[in-house]
Design a protein around this ligand. Structure first.
Ligand code: TDO
Length: 180
């Protein structure tokens, strides 16, 4: 398991060690000790799975209270997975980073509390599994507008974008509630 820093301190790209043999393969998705040794002392309390079709864009989501850290893995398909720093006091406030996660590379992205998270689907369909460090609190959930010019996420071409009503009404960064 390899932990690769991204341009945003705290957002970590996790590359698994994959043990292939004639039966197929084995890999660890999460290992508390290895994560702790890499500086990620996490306690997960909720696991989520979503399936989305090509062009679906979910995000960019965060909870203003009970912020969630998320370990995101794509089990099937291909996604462009994005984190945006929503902490005003951070030197990287408003900046984004992204990795391509696929059912083939089986990599993960750890998005810490204080960041907005979202992804778009580049394959016919994608199954996305993520572990969360806090529980879902819909009343505290916020949506940062996916294509806000100030943030400027360089989303790859994924055809016609499909959004939820909530995400269509996401707030641009200058109107969004942020963390201190
Ligand atoms: C996120 C979530 C949703 N739900 C329900 C609420 C709703 O009826 C249905 C779909 O919810 P949403 O439209 O919010 O699902 P979705 O747009 O997939 O929301 C997710 O997006 C990604 C990018 C994240 O980072 C997640 O934290 C989460 O915000 O599922 C739960 O019951 N528990 C949960 O934890």
């Amino acid at each position: 398991m390899e932990f690769v820093k991204t341009s945003l301190p705290g957002v970590v790209h996790v590359r698994p060690k994959i043990f292939g043999d004639p039966r197929g393969f084995f890999m660890e998705v999460y290992h508390a000790g290895r994560f702790r040794d890499a500086g990620l002392d996490l306690h997960f309390v909720q696991d989520n799975l979503s399936r989305s079709r090509r062009g679906v864009l979910r995000g960019l989501h965060y909870q203003i209270q009970h912020p969630q850290g998320k370990l995101v893995t794509c089990l099937a398909g291909v996604i462009f997975d994005v984190a945006v720093d929503m902490r005003r006091s951070s030197p990287t406030f408003g900046q984004w980073t992204a990795v391509t996660l696929t059912g083939e590379n089986r990599e993960s992205l750890y998005v810490p509390p204080g960041f907005a998270h979202g992804f778009c689907v580049l394959s016919e369909s994608a199954d996305v599994f993520y572990k969360c460090t806090d529980l879902y609190h819909p009343e505290h959930e916020r949506s940062l507008l996916w294509n806000d010019q100030t943030v400027g996420v360089a989303w790859p071409e994924c055809g016609e974008v499909t959004l939820s009503e909530k995400d269509r009404q996401g707030k641009p960064l200058d109107q969004a509630e942020c963390f201190e």
